[in-house]
Design a protein around this ligand. Structure first.
Ligand code: GLY
Length: 392
């Protein structure tokens, strides 16, 4: 009788603890459920347009062509949502939207090819490969490499504007495709270019406190710095929130690909800068620029929060004291999962997250959904669920 009682109490305790675990991860399931609904609906509604959703402008979904720098994020989100749910409609649409980007493999007019091709074809190849995927990525790596110069040791970012040779901190995000290509049948040079770009960026883009300048321009003949400033931030000396997130994510990736301690040190220092910054609000979703004097009245940038969360979840696996990084990322995600940031099904123009900022100084995409906020949010949710061993 006593044994039976102990067994029953044991079973009850297991039941209670399972229920708690289930409740602990209910918010993750809700995020995935909303994402699956929004993405499937948006994909089917836009299927005939041959264009890709980027944000909301003047109350309408802003559609873009494949050469827009954000074109890879919508197909990429469809792939990530497919990975999280196993929903075959998402897989179907992911492939359909990915195919729109095929011509980009030969496009040499931007540094953003990593975003455009690796978020789309990179995920396609990983999750449901088709013949040609690998070659498309290798060709895109070749096109991206054509923008590298020995004199500067950097990949040129933009071809517009007055700068002689502009390089933006965002460009750190395009190196992952080069590392991948070098390891998967591409030229070894791709890896050398990625390493050189990351090294020269350490020397020139960062201030003493590990915040970064957005745009550094170089003399293309000598490689000397010509100017340091901003394009999308508040001022040349301010901390544009997404720029800090791109740097964090970029050096975390470089460490994963090289195991070079210097990159880990950079990623940790940038993480520390972000996590201890006095302007970061309690809910951990940063102001679009940390130095906006309006403080909490300034628009928030959910995209910077999502990129930061995803990067911290990976960085936390590389360091001994990873729990603080994990906890910070968890706080970000729990905020983004609230009604304040997460769309209601059928609303928010079909996007997943609300409240990001694209380019405030140009008065463009302020307090709007953005396709890259959604992409990095889904990636962070996936990483979180894997680390917590949550069964979806
Ligand atoms: N790469 C441009 C941006 O982050 O807005």
């Amino acid at each position: 009788m006593k044994k039976l009682l102990i067994c029953l109490v044991g079973l009850y305790m297991i039941g209670v603890s399972c229920k708690h675990e289930q409740q602990d991860s209910d918010w993750i399931r809700k995020c995935i459920d909303v994402s699956e609904y929004q993405l499937t609906r948006m994909a089917s509604q836009l299927a005939q347009t041959d264009s890709l959703p980027r944000s909301i402008r003047n109350g309408e979904v802003r559609l873009v062509a494949p050469r827009d720098w954000t074109s890879g994020f919508f197909p990429g989100s469809l792939w990530l949502a497919y990975e999280l749910t196993g929903n075959d409609s998402l897989k179907f649409y992911a492939r359909q939207y990915t195919r729109l980007l095929e011509e980009l493999q030969y496009y040499k007019g931007t540094h953003d090819l990593g975003f455009m091709v690796f978020c789309s074809y990179g995920n396609a190849l990983r999750l449901a490969p088709e013949q040609g995927d690998r070659e498309i990525i290798l060709n895109a790596a070749e096109s991206l490499s054509s923008r590298f110069s020995e004199e500067t040791g950097l990949i040129r970012s933009w071809d517009f504007g007055e700068w002689k040779y502009p390089v933006i901190i965002d460009n750190m995000m395009n190196l992952e495709m080069l590392f991948w290509a070098a390891q998967n049948g591409g030229n070894d040079r791709f890896r050398e270019i990625a390493v050189k770009h990351a090294d020269v960026t350490i020397l020139n883009h960062f201030r003493e406190d590990y915040s970064s300048y957005h745009v550094v321009s170089f003399d293309p003949e000598t490689g000397e710095v010509e100017s340091r400033g901003t394009f999308q931030g508040l001022s040349d000396s301010s901390s544009w929130a997404r720029g800090q997130a791109w740097g964090l994510y970029g050096y975390t990736t470089c460490y994963r690909e090289t195991r070079d301690q210097r990159y880990l040190d950079m990623a940790k220092a940038i993480a520390n800068y972000i996590m201890t910054h006095p302007a970061i609000p309690e809910d951990k979703v940063p102001l679009w620029d940390y130095n906006d004097p309006r403080g909490l009245e300034a628009p928030r940038d959910a995209s910077a929060a999502a990129i930061t969360a995803s990067a911290l979840l990976e960085l936390g696996t590389f360091v001994d004291d990873g729990k603080a990084l994990f906890d910070y990322a968890e706080e970000i995600l729990q905020t983004l999962a609230t009604d304040e940031y997460l769309a209601q099904k059928g609303e928010n123009g079909g996007f997943i997250l609300k409240h990001s900022v694209g380019h405030l100084p140009a008065n463009s995409e302020i307090d709007t959904p953005l396709n890259y906020a959604d992409y990095y949010f889904l990636e962070a949710i996936k990483r979180y669920a894997q680390l917590k061993d949550i069964k979806i």
